[in-house]
Design a protein around this ligand. Structure first.
Ligand code: ATP
Length: 245
């Protein structure tokens, strides 16, 4: 792990359903840095997030946060350390108002947070929906904003974001892009971002890691990885099937 990294994994191996899903995946991210992860469908990106967030234990390898090994720590304990995760589909509770969701997040665990904390989190993502609105009536962008606000009020130092732009139109993606830049560059949050939109990675990612079939095939700036022959092969060979994801 690089000396200044806040979060890292080393040589992660994972088997699921008797199949090898991840082999030898290592990465690290520094405060304020955005690390993009791309790769074709089935490359193992989401499985890697399962391991990084603590939902699944790897077969081999380690995960570390702030210089401390946390491989055996479950999801809720990692959240308390300051590692937040967002999912591809922004699922919000069906029977709660926006205010109730924010309150539940404030009181999910100690220390309980104040309404000011929640307001701060909501303000950072520009979430301006009245508290009385039912959360399941929100559009995709506002669902994402609400869920990110719930994480931000805890002042996380690492965010694992799985395709946060999925289901958004271009103007919304631009807004999200601005929000993420503020989180990384002004709040100094380390962000690991699964994203297949090159435009978003181009403006946001400091480095990009490319996965294919459970392995890392390239890592570097977006310009560098696009010139990499293995990346080109993975990109063009899978293009008919949807390209990089
Ligand atoms: N619970 C599971 N049991 C068995 N195999 C699984 C399980 N979860 C995922 N896989 C397999 O692991 C491989 C990696 O899947 P994963 O969803 O991590 O890839 P991905 O890169 O996120 O793909 P996508 O871009 O389509 O989301 C796939 O072949 C998938 O079928």
């Amino acid at each position: 792990m690089a000396a200044s990294a806040i979060f890292s994994c080393d040589q992660i191996g994972l088997d699921l359903g008797g199949r090898s899903i991840l082999r030898g995946i290592s990465l690290d991210v520094k405060p304020g840095e955005v690390l993009g992860i791309i790769g074709p469908n089935g490359a193992g990106k989401t499985s890697l997030f399962e391991v990084l967030s603590g939902r699944i234990s790897p077969k081999s390898g380690t995960v570390a946060y702030g210089g401390r090994e946390i491989t055996g720590l479950p999801l809720h304990r990692r959240a308390r350390l300051g590692i937040g995760r967002t999912y591809q589909t922004p699922i919000v509770p069906e029977d709660m108002t926006v205010a109730q969701v924010l309150k539940a997040a404030r009181q999910a665990y100690r220390p309980y947070l104040t309404p000011d904390d929640a307001e701060w989190g909501a303000g950072l993502v520009g979430f301006r929906i009245p508290g009385a609105m039912m959360a399941d009536r929100l559009d995709t962008l506002n669902r994402r904003k609400l869920l990110i606000a719930c994480l931000l009020m805890r002042r996380p130092s690492v965010l694992l974001m799985d395709e946060p732009a999925a289901g958004l139109i271009n103007s919304e993606i631009d807004e999200l892009d601005d929000i993420m830049r503020v989180l990384a560059k002004e709040l100094n949050i380390a962000i690991v971002l699964i994203e297949h939109r090159m435009e978003l990675l181009d403006t946001l990612a400091d480095r990009v890691l490319v996965m294919d079939a459970g392995e890392t095939i390239a890592e570097g700036s977006l310009a560098e990885i696009l010139l990499n022959p293995r990346v080109k092969a993975a990109y063009f060979e899978t293009d008919a099937g949807g390209g990089l994801h």
